[in-house]
Write a protein that binds this ligand. Structure first.
Ligand code: SF4
Ligand code: SF4
Length: 343
């Protein structure tokens, strides 16, 4: 197996250019998760990203690493706590679940606003204390909001930034990558497949490879998905006309105002599955028709009619989407599609 390793900014950590996002392993059994992580290790992956909030993801990673030399893999996890005490309690729990006495990178999980680094009882003080105790080596932050991500990088307070970055990135997102490069901050790319919206893994992989300081953590839950990414790590897609056309097609069809499926708008008091319903139009454009016309999906879409217009979703959306409007547009598109294809 051949794998490139990338220096993760000022941490100096050399992480695999194809790394592992451990959010989706929540959805598979412990046995399958252990097999998947072992397959990744065997394929040269040495960096795994998880979070305190990802239910049993940390425990599954911990189980998979039993018997593996600790220095041979790198772990980052996250805490969504907003106080020093809360962060420290989260780290203690993460260490137990991960069966280790340190994590390499501890990230604040999408803080909004960013914490005051001078607050002695705040989350940032918790990061410093955890580092002082030797529980973590480096401190980072994740964010879905561009202004906060930029502010975090410019503050110089974090060693790494984790941010959504994929073939649909805007010019401003690309500038953020450049800013991290200039400041020597490690850039960890989440949502490389845009939460399932992108279907061309080869194009997604090729786009991210254009940015040598970006470390993608591909969220995988099946051996076949991992095998595909590992095959691109071994034989990177060439930067030829075919790859360029695939990248252009995704950008043309999907770029702009679209839901990234981050789920921060949930729960919805009307029980609407916002991340799924707000992207239905794109699924219709890209998935085989019968899968989209089931009673289950139609019921989920029709629930949009119960929207109370409380705007809680729009207020929480880190991308500033007018979520209720997006939902209504998706429902109208779906109903038209349903009429045309169900008959
Ligand atoms: S505005 Fe509608 S979709 Fe958004 S949270 Fe309120 S009820 Fe749910
Ligand atoms: S509407 Fe916004 S907050 Fe909700 S899932 Fe989509 S991108 Fe995330």
């Amino acid at each position: 197996m051949s794998m490139d390793y990338i220096r993760l900014g000022r941490t100096g950590l050399m992480v695999s250019a194809t790394s592992f996002g451990a959010l989706p392993i929540q959805r598979i059994s412990f046995d399958d998760a252990v097999l998947l992580v072992r397959q990744a290790l065997h394929g040269g992956v040495n960096y795994f990203d998880t979070a305190n909030a990802y239910t049993d993801s940390e425990e599954k990673l911990g189980m998979a690493f039993v018997g593996v030399r600790r220095e041979s893999y790198i772990i980052s996890t996250k805490s969504g706590a907003t106080t020093k005490a809360g962060v420290l309690a989260h780290v203690e729990l993460s260490l137990r679940r991960l069966r280790t006495d340190y994590v390499d990178i501890l990230q604040l999980h999408n803080p909004n606003p960013l914490p005051d680094p001078d607050d002695p009882d705040g989350a940032y003080a918790g990061l410093l204390e955890a580092r002082g105790r030797g529980w973590v080596r480096f401190i980072g932050v994740t964010n879905h909001g561009l202004p906060r991500a930029e502010a975090a990088v410019l503050s110089g307070k974090y060693d790494t930034l984790q941010y959504p970055f994929c073939v649909l990135a805007s010019e401003k997102d690309e500038k953020l990558v450049q800013l991290c490069k200039e400041r020597d901050i490690g850039f960890i790319a989440m949502k490389g497949m845009s939460g399932g919206l992108l279907t061309d893994a080869k194009a997604a992989f090729a786009y991210i490879r254009r940015f040598p300081n970006v470390v993608p953590i591909w969220g995988v839950q099946k051996a076949s998905e991992l095998t595909e990414f590992l095959s691109y790590a071994e034989n990177p897609p060439p930067e030829d006309a075919e790859t360029a056309a695939a990248i252009d097609r995704d950008r043309r069809e999907l770029a702009g105002e679209f839901c990234r499926a981050c789920g921060y708008c949930l729960p919805c008091p009307a029980g609407i599955d916002i991340p799924q319903c707000a992207r239905r139009k794109y699924f219709l454009m890209r998935s085989p028709v019968p899968q989209q016309l089931t009673d289950e999906i139609r019921d989920a879409m029709l629930r949009i009619n119960d929207c109370k217009n409380c705007r809680s979703c729009a207020n929480k959306c880190p991308y500033g989407l007018d979520t209720p409007r997006l939902l209504r547009e998706n429902l109208a598109y779906y109903e038209q599609f349903y009429k045309e294809h169900k008959a």
